[in-house]
Ligand binder design. Structure first.
Ligand code: SF4
Length: 389
């Protein structure tokens, strides 16, 4: 339920001017049946044609995600590698997530932090959050990603802003991965040093989404779907999107994720649009993954995204193994996390809670830097620094 103690969901009036397009309106042009039909009709010739183009259309992207592209995985990886080198060189940005609160009022069926899971919760004070962040800065991290659960009376926008303002002097970039905010709340974060945000839609299948999020503010599909556009409109430097692979059939969430990033690039050309590619992994709530994405399909996804969206940063998190991440960097991934803990506190502040999900790649910043160098890539702690906007 939407707990009034922890949460007071804002009035969800949207903030786009009359006549401005929202992504949900554009997505209606791509109903499931249309995606399914085009994907099933895609041929080897369509895939070859897509791989020869410099500028791809959504139909080309769909062909690269389709079963017809499976025999072309090597060609796709090769093409994707060339594009990545052209746009990003051999630089890979390293960042670290920092979980500052796992108090959450949502009931996401697949998440270890959900409100039904009566694990011990932890909410860091601003001082504690700063101490944790400074430990990351001491380890060489310059880009930090702040994460909270969805409990806006506990982890309020003001609290997140206060943490950001406190830690900003030690970081080149402070990003957030928190609940959906209003335009004014994104402005507040920006004024306090936040430059980027990521919002996972989890799945673009509305019916499935509403079942997966039965209660709590996250239940509102449209509010979440239009959040990245709202953040871009607020003027954030970076906006990231992603779906949690494994919830719906691969082709649908993979396509809609790319389409969402493509739409954002078109509507907000001055914003750095990014993509994350999480796959479901085991957690303590024992959620059954109905549409598991195998490794070949996962590589196909990253290569197809890179061909469709050459300028988009692509992040692969420590959910993936070190082997998989090493494999994906030359293909198209240019952002990786290192020194990751998904538990709140633990670096400096003692914490007894468990993390949101199991991680596979536990490499430290130094180890990641060494491993990237061995692959012929340079780990970049700081690739961007904001100025007052
Ligand atoms: S996925 Fe996020 S919003 Fe959902 S229960 Fe987990 S922490 Fe809360």
């Amino acid at each position: 339920m939407n707990d009034p103690i922890l949460n007071d969901h804002p009035i969800l009036a949207d903030t786009f001017a009359p006549g401005e397009e929202h992504f949900d309106e554009y997505l209606k042009l791509w109903p499931r049946e249309r995606r399914e039909e085009l994907a099933s009709r895609a041929t080897a010739a369509d895939v070859r044609a897509a791989l020869r183009k410099d500028v791809l259309h959504p139909e080309d992207f769909l062909a690269l995600l389709s079963p017809a592209a499976r025999p072309f995985l090597e060609d796709m990886a090769q093409r994707s590698r060339e594009i990545t080198l052209r746009f990003f060189g051999r630089a890979v940005n390293i960042f670290s997530p920092l979980y500052i609160s796992d108090v959450c009022t949502n009931h996401c069926r697949y998440c270890g932090f959900n409100a039904d899971n009566h694990q011990k919760r932890r909410h860091l004070s601003v001082d504690e959050a700063a101490a944790e962040a400074f430990a990351l800065a001491d380890a060489g991290i310059q880009h930090v990603l702040l994460l909270t659960g969805d409990a806006r009376k506990v982890s309020s926008p003001q609290y997140i802003a206060e943490v950001a303002a406190r830690i900003k002097p030690r970081f080149a970039s402070v990003s957030v991965e928190v609940y959906s905010l209003t335009l004014e709340e994104y402005h507040l974060l920006m004024q306090n040093g936040v430059d980027s945000m990521t919002m996972f839609q989890e799945t673009y299948n509305r019916e499935l989404y509403e079942w997966l999020h039965p209660a709590g503010p996250k239940h509102d599909y449209l509010w979440r779907l239009n959040t990245p556009g709202r953040a871009a409109k607020a003027g954030l430097h970076g906006v990231g999107v992603g779906a949690l692979l494994g919830l719906d059939e691969f082709i649908h969430d993979a396509f809609c994720t790319g389409l969402h990033a493509w739409w954002l690039q078109k509507h907000f050309p001055g914003t750095d649009i990014g993509l994350s590619v999480p796959r479901m992994c085991p957690h303590e709530g024992a959620f059954e993954v109905k549409h598991e994405v195998d490794d070949r399909t996962f590589v196909q996804y990253v290569a197809a995204l890179r061909c469709f969206l050459p300028r988009c940063g692509i992040t692969v998190s420590s959910r993936e193994s070190a082997d998989m991440r090493n494999h994906l960097v030359p293909i198209g991934v240019n952002r990786v996390s290192a020194g990751v803990s998904t538990a709140v506190g633990g670096r400096v502040v003692n914490a007894e809670n468990s993390g949101q999900f199991d991680i596979s790649d536990r490499r430290s910043v130094e180890q990641m830097t060494r491993d990237l160098a061995a692959l012929g890539y340079q780990a970049v702690a700081k690739d961007w620094e904001g100025c007052d906007r």
